[in-house]
Design a protein around this ligand. Sequence first.
Ligand code: ATP
Length: 413
Amino acid sequence: MKKGEHWAVFINNDSKTMDFIDRLMSGNILNFTALKGLQGGLFSKLALIEFIKEESRHGESGITANRQQSLQSMSSGEQKKVLLDHLLQSNPDFLVLDNPFDNLDQYFLKEFRKQLRHISKDIVMIQIISRKEDLLPFITHYAKLIGNTIEKLPSLKALTPTETHNTFLGKIPLPLKPMHYNGDTLITLKNVNVSYNDRPILKNITWDIGRGEFWELSGNNGSGKTTILSMITGENPKGYGQELYLFGYKKGSGESVWDIKKNIGYFTPTMTDKFTGYHSLEHMMISGILDSVGLYVRPTEAQLRLAKEWLQLINMWHLKDTLFHDLTLGQRRLIMTTRAMIKHPLLLILDEPTVGLDDNSAKLLVSLVNKMAQESKSTIIFVSHRKESALQPQFIIRLEVGEDGSQGKVVLP
Ligand SMILES: Nc1ncnc2c1ncn2[C@@H]1O[C@H](COP(=O)(O)OP(=O)(O)OP(=O)(O)O)[C@@H](O)[C@H]1O
């Protein structure tokens, strides 16, 4: 493989991407045998997760040894910067970029693209890509990964998307026990401020989240989206002593974590990536009703019926006995999102649920979220960097970064 030769490898939810990356890194793959013996660097979310694991085991990891802040507490953009710097220090011959732009805001994205273009003069790049809009402009060769097989494409035009359905037949199934709540407002933040080590992160955030509302939470990397979510889920100790009301409790008024958590359905992709349990889809859905990870009691008729209704809705009933572990990435995400919805929680938080999905799966997931918003009383907060054009939130709260912390601005879509 010559300098200046760069590949885009398109993946979809049926691609065996991890296996492909392993083989690629060891130079053990047809079409890429020229990489054998060369030194490669892997730029991926999984590489970051490994470093974070190392950090929690040993107190530090190779990549943050000389830094003040832990990798875990950095924003996604900061983490990616640190990872790229680390990889470049060892002068690799090639870099495998596994969906490098996921979780990045427009500003970071622009800078990052510029940096990659610069590096591409010396280093061969292999971009593994799910969304066409992410294609790097200096790519010279194209391929697609079908299962475990690489198919070369003569040009980008040869990439024809496989259309899948993105509508659902039937209504969102009703919960077994509707959650009751007296009042119109679920969450109130009034002039909430957060700083870390004297660095202001959130400034005077005021946000009323009403029953049944559909919100999008947006903001650049590091603007404080995760921080604000951790205030809402009651997990951030910085909430004490502030005007923060969660489901009718003033934060710190004697409420337990469970008082807050029982009202929330939560999904973020790292949950799926960490989920190693060997459970059937049917059991996964039922355990969502029971708030457990596995299923250790015999399900009732009503629970079985509800799981069936949901699996039918998302067109996966025929897979009910399949192990979660054996599903494609897109199917897993859909199941985990559905599982978070099954109880019709008072508040459903979806934190970048479309990350890593191909165009079709992302469309499908977005249309399920829209449907849930229309047909249920659950309040939804959808966090995303990528503008999902089909998403239909009622309100957007945008965190705008300033020197003394981010301020929240509510805008209409
Ligand atoms: N425990 C912590 N200690 C020090 N700094 C922290 C801690 N947690 C978060 N930060 C910093 O606070 C800022 C906001 O982080 P946060 O994760 O809330 O941003 P974000 O908007 O979710 O970012 P991203 O979209 O990139 O994930 C970042 O600069 C981050 O480094």
